[in-house]
Design a protein around this ligand. Structure first.
Ligand SMILES: *[C@@H]1O[C@H](CO)[C@@H](O)[C@H](O)[C@H]1NC(C)=O
Ligand SMILES: *[C@@H]1O[C@H](CO)[C@@H](O)[C@H](O)[C@H]1NC(C)=O
Ligand SMILES: *[C@@H]1O[C@H](CO)[C@@H](O)[C@H](O)[C@H]1NC(C)=O
Length: 330
């Protein structure tokens, strides 16, 4: 079923390069993925096997003790496959993180059956990132490919003073971009809240893959903020890219991490060598206090807060067309 709205189309055409689809989805635990159109591999080729092996091995190496990030590669050129995995910084436990990477890795295999490169934010609540490619992913910023999810309309109260809402939203996101991009090479993650009035608070979460430089992380997050700040005054949303994540809502959708990461010097050396893994990108381990929100941890039923989610696949800069394909009102 397809429906088109001129109003929304005009609004969205402000983003010059979006492919838009609207579907019911959740800010937490939703699945967004992008299969790159940069090349396909043949079924049962060495690349196919290497992709399967690397995606199968990710979850056994990712651990929150290393910031929930893992980067590896397998095979020889031109059949070499590179991959990174990243758990969201508010992942409550190692088990949650590992299960998420397992599910997301499995999911991307079927969602992108023969693409040489793809990434996914999915796998559970909260989401985690799995990204594989036929080139080095570690430290490589990928801005053009991304997805956004629209989290419903503002309440009438907030609509009555949009200037105020904008100011608070911009102050919050600007501060968080700076904070997260100044994170360590182990973890670039933070959450922050801004009070709008006695009843309403904006909750916001940002993360970069920790392999990004400070300036690339900032660039990635600013792009995510720019996806929204011109015109889409919504009650929530998120932008997901291969290197960063930005989400906000008018309710606490994340739970603060309680477990502080251990100091690096006490980490026992890992002897266990993975059979399929050929090389592992080095990860500098720097201790850092995990940022946490002061808000109490609440699991919200998103359905009651959200009416419809607009999913936008920011496909490539060359695409000029924004088309709205499906709408499922709640
Ligand atoms: C890759 O395969 C998909 C179908 O799975 C196809 O739509 C796409 O055009 C192919 N891309 C290239 C670059 O061959
Ligand atoms: C909107 O909020 C701003 C900032 O708090 C305030 O200065 C302004 O007076 C408000 N406008 C209205 C119409 O209430
Ligand atoms: C959100 O706002 C748009 C534009 O005003 C309106 O068409 C739509 O029905 C609203 N959605 C809900 C669920 O209120």
């Amino acid at each position: 079923m397809h429906s088109h709205s001129n109003g929304l189309r005009n609004l969205l055409s402000l983003f010059s390069y979006l492919v838009v689809s609207i579907s019911l989805s959740l800010t937490n635990g939703s699945t967004e993925y992008h299969c790159y159109d940069s090349g396909n591999f043949t079924t049962n080729s060495a690349y196919d096997t290497n992709r399967f092996l690397i995606l199968s091995s990710l979850s056994s190496h990712v651990t929150l003790d290393n910031g929930g990030f893992y980067s590896t590669s397998i095979g020889q050129d031109p059949e070499k496959v590179y991959a990174v995995a990243l758990c969201r910084g508010d992942s409550p436990s190692n088990e949650n993180c590992v299960n998420c990477i397992t599910a997301a890795s499995r999911d991307i295999l079927t969602k992108c059956p023969n693409q040489k490169e793809a990434f996914i934010w999915g796998g559970g609540t909260p989401e985690c990132l799995v990204h594989y490619a036929d080139h080095l992913v570690f430290g490589n910023l990928d801005l053009p490919h991304g997805c956004i999810e629209y989290g419903g309309n503002l309440t009438e109260v907030l609509k009555s003073n949009l200037t105020e809402f904008d100011q608070i939203w911009e102050g919050l996101t600007d501060g968080l971009v700076k904070k997260v991009s100044m994170g360590s090479s182990r973890l670039k993650f933070a959450t922050e809240e801004a009070v709008i009035n006695a009843l309403q608070t904006i909750y916001s979460l940002m993360q970069c893959t920790p392999d990004l430089s400070r300036s690339d992380c900032e660039l990635c997050l600013r792009q995510c903020v720019d996806d929204w700040n011109c015109c889409l005054r919504t009650a929530g949303g998120n932008s997901e890219r291969a290197n960063c994540y930005f989400g906000w809502a008018l309710y606490p959708f994340y739970s603060p991490r309680t477990k502080a990461p251990p100091p690096p010097s006490t980490d026992p050396p890992q002897i266990e060598a993975p059979p399929p893994s050929v090389s592992t990108d080095p990860l500098q381990v720097i201790p850092e206090a995990t940022s946490s929100s002061s808000s109490s941890s609440l699991e919200h039923k998103l359905g009651s807060t959200k009416s419809a989610i607009l999913k936008i696949d920011i496909d490539s800069l060359s695409q000029n067309e924004a088309s709205i394909t499906e709408l499922y009102p709640r």
